[in-house]
Design a protein around this ligand. Structure first.
Ligand SMILES: Cc1cc2nc3c(=O)[nH]c(=O)nc-3n(C[C@H](O)[C@H](O)[C@H](O)COP(=O)(O)OP(=O)(O)OC[C@H]3O[C@@H](n4cnc5c(N)ncnc54)[C@H](O)[C@@H]3O)c2cc1C
Length: 357
């Protein structure tokens, strides 16, 4: 039997669902968050993310300029809710422009990281303290009712809500196939080292100046056969580190099946062999499906022809974009008409409001 109607139900408890839940609580909304780990044993994208936060715009767009201020928002969140894993970090930029690499080494580029091991450990406590009702349940199906939504859950129960937000990352399309085509998915594989390699000195982030992953995402629609790239990065993760980033994509960036984990690991290790200073002995591979939008602008707003259904997904730099966009979407969903209309205008000006939504 359906339970009592909830105000807003969020499907997905990665960085998008979790920060939106906190922002909706700030608006006074009753929030229920449903999150279940992927059935195939893979991770959520958030769980193995580098969590890098460049403090400068990565593109000449209003969204990129806003995202460059994300560290301020993370620090506000930490003042309200306690530690979430935000750390100022030394940055070691790899390859490309020597002047930029030098500026990073001298600490002239503002850079921080959300340690996603810490973020994942703290978030359940933070959500509970903020009054978000979190349940480890998978949403199996969504059905439109007159003036609301009914969700079928993995424990056999149903839940009814006036407003539902799809923050299910790369799994959102499985629940609502009508999401805009620009929302696609790739598969990421990383190596996890349990201990920080002391040979590298104090914790720091080694990142390439440009990610090959981003180039692959731009060409997803035209891809005729599966493709993969490796980006050489190394960042602190809890007591250990995440090393390398292998990205695999099917034609069109639409596949749901994971690529062979052992093949991705072999390709990743082979590409990283060029960096013998990065120890990889004992590292284990972890894999996740990652949502992205081929245009670079995420989907933040209503789903077309589905009143009360919202989408918050497809970020190209989620840890920079989600904290600055979540308050606007929360306001659009839960604030009175005047502020809600202003929030919608802001999201439209940022170019993230889904066309036709
Ligand atoms: C190796 C790697 C490095 C990265 N580095 C960076 C970086 O440095 N900076 C940056 O900003 N971004 C980075 N990213 C990208 C970033 O991590 C992702 O864009 C972001 O984590 C996506 O968050 P999300 O909440 O949208 O999705 P997810 O983290 O995938 O969360 C979705 C959640 O919804 C759950 N779910 C799905 N379907 C259902 C269902 N039907 N019912 C219930 N629950 C469901 C999933 O299990 C999951 O827990 C990186 C990603 C990877 C993989």
């Amino acid at each position: 039997m359906p339970g009592a109607p909830a105000g807003v139900v969020i499907i997905g408890g990665g960085v998008a669902g979790a920060l939106l839940a906190l922002a909706l609580r700030d608006q006074g909304a009753a929030v229920r968050l449903l999150d279940a780990a992927p059935a195939d044993g893979s991770s959520s994208a958030t769980a193995i993310s580098y969590g890098a936060l460049p403090g400068w715009p990565l593109a000449p767009t209003p969204l990129a300029r806003l995202a460059a201020t994300a560290s301020q928002r993370w620090r506000e969140l930490e003042r309200c809710h306690g530690p979430l894993g935000w750390q100022r970090r030394s940055l070691r930029l790899q390859g490309g422009n020597l002047a930029l690499a030098g500026a990073a080494r001298l600490g002239l580029l503002p850079f921080a990281q959300v340690d996603t091991a810490l973020f994942g450990a703290r978030m359940p406590l933070v959500l509970a303290a903020a009054g978000v009702a979190v349940q480890s349940l998978r949403v199996l199906a969504l059905e439109a009712l007159d003036g609301g939504w009914q969700l079928q859950l993995s424990d056999g129960s149903c839940c009814i809500a006036a407003q539902v937000v799809l923050a299910a990352g790369a799994h959102g399309r499985a629940l609502w196939p009508g999401l805009l085509e620009r929302l696609r998915r790739s598969w990421a594989s990383v190596l996890h080292l349990a201990q920080w390699p002391e040979v590298l000195g104090p914790a720091a982030a080694w990142l390439p100046q440009g990610f090959a992953r981003v180039g692959l995402e731009c060409h997803a629609a035209a891809l005729q056969q599966p493709a993969w790239v490796v980006d050489p990065g190394l960042v602190p993760w809890g007591a250990g580190a995440l090393v390398g980033q292998h990205t695999w994509m099917a034609p069109g960036g639409m596949s749901t099946a994971a690529p062979s984990e052992s093949l991705c690991e072999a390709q990743l290790r082979q590409a990283l062999a060029a960096r013998p200073q990065w120890p990889m002995e004992g590292a284990v591979v972890r894999q996740a499906a990652v949502a992205f939008c081929s245009s670079g602008a995420p989907l933040v707003g209503p789903v077309a022809e589905a009143p009360g259904l919202w989408v918050f997904s497809g970020f190209s730099a989620a840890f920079s974009q989600v904290p600055v966009l979540a308050p606007w979407l929360a306001m659009r969903i839960a604030a009175p008409a005047g502020p809600a209309a202003a929030a919608q205008r802001q999201l439209q000006q940022l170019g993230v409001w889904p066309a036709g939504g």
